[in-house]
Ligand binder design. Structure first.
Ligand code: TYM
Length: 323
C-alpha cells in the first residue's frame, strides 16, 4: 500500500483583497505543494473577526473572494481539501481547550498583540487569543508543514509549543508542525519598500484591474539615478518587486546597467498583467458558477469535519470530557 502523503495546512484571512505578498509568500507554495501533500487549505473567517467584526455582507463577500482567488491561482479542489473555518466547529472547540492550557503572560509575548498594544489600540480578546485559534487550525489535522510568509513564523511556533504542552500533559495526540518559509519570498516588499501589508496601504492586489496595477507601480519611489548609471538592482524597490514576476538574469542585468525607471515601470506593469491574465480568466469562470463553488466548499467541509471530529473526540477523551 502507498504510504499516506504528509499533511499540510494553511490559509489566508478574508480581510481584504489578497495581494502579491500573500501570493508569493504563501499561496504559490500551496499550489506547488498540492501534489506532494495532503493539503487542507481553508479560509480563516473566524480570524477575520478579531480586529473588528465587519458587516455581514462584507464578510461574506471577502470570504467568497478568497475562495475564488484560491481556485483562480490553481488550487485544485480534486487534490486539496478546501473549506471555510466556520464550517468546522471543532476549530473553535479545540481552541477553547488550548485557551485553558496556555497562560496570559505567554500570549502577551505574541508580536501581533504587542504591536496592537503599542499602537494604543483597544485590543479585543479575540486578537489576544488569535494564536490559540491558529494552533487549533493546524493541530486538528496533524499538519507536518505550514507554508507561510515570515510574519507567521511565531504563530506556528505557538502551535508547536501548545502541541508539546498538551502532549506532555495528556499523552501524545498532536503532531508537531513546522513552518515552511521560503528564503526568497519570506518578506515581499510593498510599493513603499516596507513589507507588503494591507495595514500599510502599500499593496498590489493580485486581482487588481490594469488601472490599479498601473497606479500602484507608478507610486513606487525611485531615486535620482540617471539613465544608464549603474546600480545594484537589489537596492531598488522596483526591482525587488519586479524580480518575482520576471526572475530572469537578463532583467537583473538590464537593471544593473541602468534601465530607465520609466521603462522599468512600464515593463513591470506589463509583466504583472501577463502573469495574472490566465488567473483572471479562471477566476471569472468560477465566479460565473457559484453552484460549483458551493459544492467544492461543502465537500471540503465534510472531509475536514470528518477528520476534525475524530480528533476532537480523542481530545475530549484524553481530557475527560466524554463521560
Ligand atoms: P494573512 O492572511 O495575513 O496572510 C496570508 C499569508 O500571506 C503571507 N504574507 C506574506 N508573505 C510574504 N511577504 C509579505 N509581504 C506577506 N504578507 C502576507 C502570510 O505570512 C501568510 O502566510 N494568521 C494567518 C492566517 C491563518 C493561518 C492559519 C495560516 C489562520 N490560521 C493556520 C496558516 C495556518 C494570517 O493572518 O495570514
Amino acid at each position: 500500500m502507498q504510504s499516506p502523503k504528509p499533511r499540510l495546512v494553511s490559509g489566508v484571512k478574508p480581510t481584504g483583497r489578497i495581494h502579491v505578498g500573500n501570493y508569493f509568500g504563501a499561496i504559490e507554495q500551496f499550489v506547488k505543494l498540492q501534489h506532494d501533500y495532503d493539503s487542507f487549505i481553508f479560509i480563516p473567517n473566524l480570524h477575520a473577526l478579531t480586529e473588528s467584526i465587519p458587516s455581514k455582507e462584507e464578510l461574506i463577500t471577502r470570504t467568497m473572494d478568497v475562495v475564488l482567488d484560491y481556485l483562480a491561482v490553481g488550487i485544485d479542489p480534486e487534490k486539496v481539501t478546501l473549506f471555510k473555518q466556520s464550517d468546522v466547529p471543532a476549530h473553535a472547540s479545540l481552541a477553547w481547550i488550548f485557551d485553558c492550557l496556555v497562560t496570559v503572560p505567554y500570549l502577551m509575548r505574541a508580536h501581533a498583540y504587542k504591536d496592537a498594544e503599542a499602537k494604543g489600540k483597544e485590543v479585543s480578546a479575540g486578537t489576544f487569543m488569535y494564536p490559540v485559534l491558529m494552533a487549533a487550525d493546524i493541530l486538528l489535522y496533524d499538519a507536518t508543514i505550514v507554508p507561510v510568509g515570515k510574519d507567521q513564523k511565531q504563530h506556528v511556533e505557538y502551535a508547536r509549543d501548545i502541541a508539546i504542552k498538551f502532549n506532555n500533559q495528556f499523552g501524545t495526540l498532536f503532531t508537531l508542525p513546522q513552518e515552511k518559509i521560503l528564503e526568497n519570498t519570506a518578506i515581499i516588499p510593498g510599493t513603499d519598500g516596507r513589507k507588503m501589508s494591507k495595514s500599510y496601504n502599500n499593496t498590489i492586489p493580485l486581482f487588481a484591474t490594469d488601472e490599479e496595477i498601473t497606479k500602484a507601480v507608478m507610486s513606487i519611489p525611485t531615486d535620482s539615478r540617471g539613465k544608464d548609471e549603474e546600480k545594484d538592482p537589489d537596492e531598488l524597490i522596483l526591482y525587488q518587486i519586479h524580480k518575482y514576476f520576471n526572475p530572469s538574469p537578463e532583467l537583473r542585468a538590464s537593471y544593473a546597467k541602468g534601465l530607465g525607471y520609466g521603462d522599468a515601470k512600464k515593463m513591470l506593469i506589463q509583466d504583472i498583467i501577463t502573469f495574472v491574465t490566465p488567473m483572471r480568466e479562471r477566476r471569472a469562470t468560477f465566479a460565473a458558477n457559484p453552484k460549483l463553488v458551493q459544492e467544492i466548499l461543502i465537500s471540503g467541509a465534510m472531509k475536514a469535519n470528518d477528520i476534525a471530529m475524530k480528533k476532537m473526540f480523542d481530545v475530549y477523551e484524553a481530557v475527560g470530557l466524554t463521560q
